[in-house]
Ligand binder design. Structure first.
Ligand SMILES: NC(=O)c1ccc[n+]([C@@H]2O[C@H](COP(=O)([O-])OP(=O)(O)OC[C@H]3O[C@@H](n4cnc5c(N)ncnc54)[C@H](OP(=O)(O)O)[C@@H]3O)[C@@H](O)[C@H]2O)c1
Length: 280
């Protein structure tokens, strides 16, 4: 039986699943197999990036799947080294060619790189790429309120999605609030904190026992109740299923507060603060 994942509607009317599938590190034939299995297991939102060097892997998994292309929400991302307008347009075309797709459902600026300060130019390229039919919905990753405000002030267009590092050790409560107030959907990258020792946390273990669920399922349910779209990656078919079997129970307000209490100001996995960190 496939798992039915609820959908949410972005501010441009595009609908996306409330949980997606991360593909970082899934490459080659094994990657095709893992992503294809994820689709069979019920995932419909796939998250890749130009810099993961696996857009072709994702495209092949989609082609081998019996699920029609139009039922999938395929995401890719623009690398920091291609923020200049002409480079960005060609890179989006290259992304499509690599995946052998006619369009992406979502295309995101991967990092703002504010020291380079070319992200508004990159955003203008995404706006135009959407007009050209290359992309259905346009968004960003790792943008802070100050970056989002500039996009709106200089182009009049706010992203539909802001994909940020978000897990119980770094719950992004302020950014999440800002995004929500501006009708931007927050997606959570490294939602399981990359399977760190968080998956042995005693508080989470107690909550998991109470609900007869695993710690990963508790964390992913927490994301869902925060209205953040988690995109867990797993190469394992068993864990892929586990990660979307989260729609048959509910965390109480008290449990949500307990999980939020695990957050720390320095809780990022690798100290990648988008105000200063840049990625190319
Ligand atoms: N926009 C950005 O800047 C950015 C940055 C980082 C990541 N991302 C995206 O976010 C996606 C997810 O983040 P991530 O891959 O960094 O980390 P993650 O999804 O938090 O964790 C992945 C790790 O958790 C393990 N895992 C998955 N499900 C599990 C379960 N139920 N129980 C125990 N272990 C489990 C996986 O191992 P197995 O594969 O062996 O199951 C893998 O080692 C990425 O794949 C990528 O698409 C975006």
């Amino acid at each position: 039986m496939t798992n039915q994942i609820p959908e949410i509607t972005l501010h441009d009317g595009i609908r996306i699943p409330a949980v997606g599938f991360g593909t970082y590190k899934l490459k080659g034939q094994q990657g095709v197999q893992a992503i294809n299995t994820a689709i069979t297991n019920g995932y419909r939102l796939l998250d890749t990036a130009y810099n993961y060097e696996n857009e072709a892997t994702v495209g092949e998994a989609v082609r081998r799947s019996s699920v029609p292309r139009e039922e999938l929400v395929i995401t890719s991302k623009l690398p920091g080294r291609y923020h200049h307008y002409d480079d960005a347009i060609v890179t989006i075309q290259e992304s499509l060619l690599r995946a052998n797709l006619d369009y992406y459902d979502l295309y995101l600026i991967h990092w703002p790189n504010p020291i380079q300060d070319n992200y508004v130019e990159a955003w203008q390229a995404l706006i135009d790429a959407q007009r050209f039919g290359y992309i259905r919905s346009i968004g960003v990753c790792n943008f802070l309120p100050e970056h989002l405000e500039r996009l709106e002030n200089e182009t009049g267009v706010l992203p539909t999605v802001n994909q940020v590092e978000l897990h119980p050790r770094f719950n992004q409560s302020e950014q999440l609030k800002w995004d929500t107030n501006n009708r931007i959907v927050t997606e959570s990258w490294s939602p399981l904190s990359r399977a760190s020792d968080l998956l042995q946390d005693e508080i989470l273990q107690k909550i998991a026992e109470k609900h007869h669920k695993t710690i990963s399922q508790i964390i992913l349910r927490w994301h869902y109740q925060l209205a953040a779209v988690a995109i867990p990656k797993s190469a394992s078919p068993v864990r892929q299923k586990e990660n979307i079997s989260i729609f048959d129970f509910e965390l109480t307000d008290e449990e949500m507060t307990m999980i939020n209490s695990l957050t720390k100001p320095d809780g990022r996995l690798k100290d990648q603060d988008p105000a200063v960190y840049e990625e190319f």
